[in-house]
Ligand binder design. Structure first.
Ligand SMILES: C[S@@+](CC[C@H](N)C(=O)[O-])C[C@H]1O[C@@H](n2cnc3c(N)ncnc32)[C@H](O)[C@@H]1O
Length: 163
């Protein structure tokens, strides 16, 4: 990671962190006091779409989860430049975050855009969208909540619809 990303991570990283309860659950209301809804984006990558979403929906609180530090840093840099206040960023595994840190029925939506496709048959078990994942995700949605997925891999799209 280059010095510019390291600098922004050090300077702004904590501002995009999520405060937690004593048991480690995110305090979403505290993060987004004026927000009408909170939406979770899984696998935000370098954050291009993330920052555009946060900018175009200022009344929505957006939590981005990404495992790779470089993507997290790039997202923080873009959010810093855009002056966003309705975005928080968590570095880590989204499955663990959904299980341990997202309050039950705490989300209006979950967005999973272009998840890693794992095209080889023997790697399909590594795909994020499986029925056990969907059950967990649904348990974190408020009534009427949505899971919005996108992929350009036909057979993965079919799996998404099925699960
Ligand atoms: C193919 S990229 C898509 C990135 C972005 N959504 C886009 O459309 O440009 C998939 C991203 O998901 C992240 N990812 C994969 N599994 C994850 C997990 N369990 N938790 C959080 N992020 C994950 C990867 O690190 C990668 O950045």
């Amino acid at each position: 990671m280059g010095p510019e990303l390291l600098e922004v991570l050090e300077r702004r990283g904590l501002d995009f962190d999520l405060p937690v309860t004593a048991t480690g659950v995110w305090r979403l209301a505290e993060c987004f006091p004026g927000a009408r809804q909170v939406v979770l984006e899984i696998g935000s990558g370098m954050g291009e779409a993330t920052v555009q979403m946060a900018r175009s929906q200022p009344t929505v609180g957006l939590v981005a989860v990404e495992v790779h530090l470089r993507g997290v840093a790039a997202t923080i840099r873009a959010a810093d430049r855009a002056g966003l206040t309705n975005l928080r960023i968590h570095r880590g595994d989204a499955v663990a975050a959904l299980r341990d840190q997202v309050p039950a029925a705490g989300l209006a939506g979950i967005r999973i855009w272009f998840p890693d496709p794992w095209p080889k048959l023997r790697h399909h078990k590594r795909r994020l969208l499986r029925s056990d994942f969907v059950s967990l995700a649904v348990s974190r949605l408020a009534i009427g909540g949505t899971i919005h997925c996108a992929t350009d891999v036909t057979d993965y799209a079919e799996v998404m619809i099925a699960v």
